[in-house]
Ligand binder design. Structure first.
Ligand code: PLP
Length: 398
């Protein structure tokens, strides 16, 4: 059949080139970005087979696509989980996982110390759908058990809390949740699978803001969940329905970043320990919060739960002198930038009372243990001596 110019142009770069490539002996060293919204078929039966589970294949990129699958399966392997999913943000991962576990009339037991957006969702948004939430102290597994009711379907916490870096006893809480017939989800964003693997510690689902350590270069927004095939299958249905799949470009970036996750988080954790030890001995600092310090309340527990002798890249410190002193330090930290996020390759500082916890009153801040002089540091992969020199420089000016 002779082809007109418009027909030839309309097919530029279409999937036929991909089909031809399959005959070659070489494959790309790195998976390409599959910038396609949909997949093409030669016959009706192929689509029927995919929908009925008789054949593998992709149909429509809102469901899943080769790049989302590559990132999700690498993360699931790292977490020791059967399966995984990636989402357009951490919030999407968390909310779609929660609504896969609860419905009207159900009850959730949660730690009160959560990422602000998740706390807001649990406290204010879920009420509209008839789901009740009890916030209780997760440093004490008995208080979790006391908060459980017959209609409790979900127990929810973070592996390492923000900004005080508290560590809950995940295996003990998993045992309590399961004994009462509830699922147990853990937001593992601050730890990453390099420091903690919640599934191996008894949780049903590990959740992530992939925007943080998994992405790790401050250049993508994404989320992830790992768990059993059954849980991930349930959540996949919600993901497809609500349309929160991670796009091809971000999925590709995420898979690229996962290749260096172990190297980055190991170095960041080593640097965080050095920063914590340095700050603990600094006269301008009142108190340091880091589970890797022998003086920390959760040190023994974290040593038992965490991997490779690592305690993560995040730490906080109370600077003597309150707002004025903390503001002076942030303003004089040179290459350590004031960034209201975390986990990039560059060391950064955040000021919880002025960013993540800005909506808190003074009384609420006091209750949460967040001082006006408290700064939170995200250790990067720079030379540790340079980071310490920069910190010392700023603190000496006080
Ligand atoms: N969970 C934690 C612990 C976080 O720090 C964040 C974001 O800062 C989120 C969840 C939400 O993730 P995202 O901003 O990717 O939606």
């Amino acid at each position: 059949m002779s082809e007109s110019i418009s027909t030839a142009l309309a097919h530029a770069g279409d999937g036929q080139a991909e089909k031809a490539l399959r005959q070659y002996r070489s494959v790309p060293e790195v998976q390409p970005v599959y910038m396609t919204s949909v997949f093409a078929f030669d016959d009706v039966k192929s689509v029927d087979d995919i929908y009925e589970g008789a054949a593998d294949g992709y149909v429509y990129a809102r469901m899943k696509h080769p790049n989302s699958d590559a990132a999700a399966s690498a993360l699931a392997r790292a977490d020791g989980a059967e399966a995984g999913l990636v989402f357009s943000s951490g919030m999407a991962a968390i909310i779609l996982s929660i609504i896969s576990a609860v419905g009207a009339g159900d009850h959730i037991v949660s730690s009160p110390v959560l990422y602000g957006g998740v706390r807001d969702y649990l406290e204010n948004e879920l009420k509209r759908f008839g789901v009740e939430v009890t916030f209780t102290d997760f440093s004490d597994p008995a208080s979790v058990e006391n908060a459980i009711r017959p209609n409790t379907k979900l127990v929810y916490t973070e592996t390492i809390s923000n900004p005080l870096l508290a560590v809950p006893d995940i295996p003990a809480i998993a045992e309590i949740a399961h004994r009462h017939g509830a699922a147990f989800f853990v937001d593992n964003t601050f730890a990453s699978p390099i420091v903690a693997q919640p599934i191996r510690l008894g949780a049903d689902l590990a959740l992530y803001s992939a925007t943080k350590y998994l992405g790790g270069h401050s250049d993508l927004v994404g989320g992830a969940a790992t768990g059993s095939k059954e849980w991930i299958g349930r959540i996949q249905k919600k993901l497809t329905l609500y349309g929160a799949t991670l796009g091809a470009a971000e999925s590709w970036l995420l898979a690229r970043s996962l290749r260096t996750l172990d190297l980055r988080v190991t170095r960041q954790s080593q640097n965080a320990l050095k920063i914590a030890e340095f700050l603990e001995n600094h006269p301008a600092v009142e108190r340091v919060y880091y589970p890797g310090l022998a003086s920390n309340r959760d040190h023994a527990l974290a040593s038992r739960l965490f991997r490779n002798g690592l305690y993560g890249g995040m730490l906080s410190a109370d600077i003597r002198g309150g707002v004025e002193a903390a503001t002076y330090v942030v303003d004089h930290l040179g290459f350590i930038k004031y960034v209201p996020s975390l986990a990039g390759t560059a060391t950064s500082v955040s000021y919880p009372a002025k960013t993540s916890h800005r909506a808190y009153s003074k009384a609420e801040l006091d209750k949460a243990g967040i001082s006006l002089g408290q700064l939170r540091f995200s250790a990067g992969i720079e030379d540790a001596d340079d980071i310490l020199a920069q910190l010392d420089d700023a603190l000496r000016g006080l």
